[in-house]
Design a protein around this ligand. Structure first.
Ligand SMILES: Nc1nc2c(ncn2[C@@H]2O[C@H](COP(=O)(O)OP(=O)(O)O)[C@@H](O)[C@H]2O)c(=O)[nH]1
Ligand SMILES: [Mg+2]
Length: 460
């Protein structure tokens, strides 16, 4: 990387501080052009020892732009393994932008999204799975997701993946050794040894893939739609689950007309709740569209919370809704338990209600909400969230690569078992090795890197 990049590393907006980052061969030189030290600081940044902080002014064409603390970090002990300068200036959109402008006028180029992390990867400081973890860390919405991301950043996933790749390579080397001596027929016991080894590797790949769903949940969250007739208390339930008044609650039926999506942290899992318009005969055009959107949310959600009002008799629309979702994973939420129970129907006796959990709550008093959260957690992720699982929280890209690898291993096994040529087996096995290698970036393409790093923000 022969040019020097700069960007604002903190979010744009008003804050106490803004931090700018410069990385590349000319980082210190550009820093010198823009910075006048004050007091006991080094006379210039290029004379400063590595990993030191200096106070002074950012100056552009003789004019003071801002007061700043500047950190000098020389290669290779930096995030990008290049020379890095970090400037902490006053927060706020304008000061940070003016400092950035100064840097760009003095020889730096504006960084593209994720370019700092991309350089860290290209310079071998982190591998691709770790680079992705940087983005996960930034985007994580719950503590569990954050923990999984930091494990990945620390290289735990990479370690497991590298081990897997090593085992595949050893088997490949073994097969290739036999190809090199074509005169010697491969002994049947060697063949079965190779098969046994590959089968154990395939089992490990399988083990990774088992956690794919959980990895997706932690990263992307899981969608849960709230269904029920008007006034059952859907919006009240959303607000209770979020812990704040997000949706309008009113005694007028049909208040919620559009769908509302918000993420809440439920027992460590990011759950995206979707409040919907109540299901009933629509009274006008807007309600027709609202109900259409509701149905779409039910389809696109992992499961639904079906809210019933126990302070009233069961209505026909309740019955229809109970039947409508009989194929869907759901939790039945009996709401308004603070009022006298008027619900005249034993739902559990209904044929259309197989296995659905039933939780009684009051969105007015908050009664039963904790049990509901337990039920949601249980349905989203059965079992405990264990520490060693967090080490192998693969993402969708890893999953796809592992599935390709698994398919190639199976093909190799078939070739070996059928007694076909070892060349053929080696060919397939090499595909398996490369696919696993993609996870940590042993094998990459420019397109893949662009795809990954474009998901980052500028400055990261
Ligand atoms: N007493 C009582 N009233 C509730 C409860 N939950 C909701 N309500 C009331 O029921 C009405 C409808 O609530 P809302 O959340 O807007 O229902 P939605 O139409 O399903 O979204 C409002 O007047 C709420 O205050 C509850 O648990 N107990
Ligand atoms: Mg509502």
């Amino acid at each position: 990387m022969d040019d020097t990049i700069a960007a604002i590393a903190t979010p744009l907006g008003e804050g106490g501080l803004a931090v700018l980052r410069i990385s590349g061969p000319e980082a210190v030189l550009i820093g010198d052009r823009c910075f006048q030290p004050v007091g006991r600081s080094a006379s210039s940044l290029s004379n400063a020892p590595t990993h030191t902080v200096h106070f002074g002014h950012i100056v552009n064409k003789g004019k003071r732009v801002d007061e700043a603390l500047v950190t000098v970090m020389l290669a290779p002990r930096t995030f990008t393994r290049e020379n890095v300068i970090e400037i902490a200036c006053h927060g706020g959109v304008l000061p940070a932008k003016m400092v950035l402008e100064t840097l760009l006028q003095n020889g730096a180029r504006l960084a593209t999204p994720g370019e700092f992390t991309r350089r860290a990867f290209l310079n071998g400081r982190i591998d691709l799975a770790q680079a992705e973890a940087v983005a996960d860390l930034i985007h994580s919405r719950t503590e569990v997701a954050l923990r999984a991301a930091s494990e990945q950043l620390a290289g735990k996933l990479s370690h497991h993946v590298n081990k897997l790749r090593d085992q595949l390579m050893q088997t490949l080397a073994h097969i290739e050794a036999h190809i090199d001596f074509p005169d010697e027929d491969i002994a049947p016991e060697t063949r079965s040894q190779l098969i046994a080894r590959l089968e154990s590797v395939a089992a490990k790949v399988e083990g990774f893939l088992e956690h794919a769903a959980e990895g997706q949940i932690l990263r992307r969250g899981i969608r849960v739609a709230i269904a029920g007739r008007p006034n059952a208390g859907k919006s009240s339930l959303l607000n209770q689950l979020l812990g704040r008044d997000r949706a309008i609650v009113s005694a007028i039926p049909g208040t919620t007309r559009d769908t509302i999506e918000e993420t809440a942290n439920i027992r460590g899992l990011p759950i995206i709740f979707i409040d919907t318009a109540g299901l009933r005969e629509a009274r006008d055009e807007i309600e027709v569209e609202g109900i259409r959107r509701s149905r779409e949310s039910f389809q696109n959600s992992e499961f639904i919370l079906q809210v019933l009002d126990c302070s009233e008799k069961m209505t026909n629309s309740d019955r229809l809704a109970l039947e409508e979702f009989c194929e869907k994973k759901r939790i039945l939420v009996m709401n308004k338990t603070d009022l006298p129970d008027q619900f005249d129907f034993d739902i559990e006796s209904m044929d259309a209600i197989p296995r659905a959990a039933l939780v009684r709550v009051s969105c007015l008093t908050g009664d039963g909400l904790e049990s509901l959260k337990d039920a949601i957690k249980e349905l989203a992720w059965s079992g405990e969230i264990q520490a060693d699982m967090l080490e192998v929280m693969i993402n969708a890209r890893h999953q796809e690569a592992l599935e390709r690898s698994r398919a190639a291993i199976f093909r190799t096994l078939e070739v070996l078992a059928s007694g076909n040529s070892l060349e053929l087996a080696a060919l397939d096995l090499r595909v398996a090795v490369n696919a696993v290698g993609e996870i940590v970036g042993q094998t990459t393409t420019e397109d893949l890197l662009n795809m990954i790093f474009s998901q980052f923000c500028i400055g990261k």
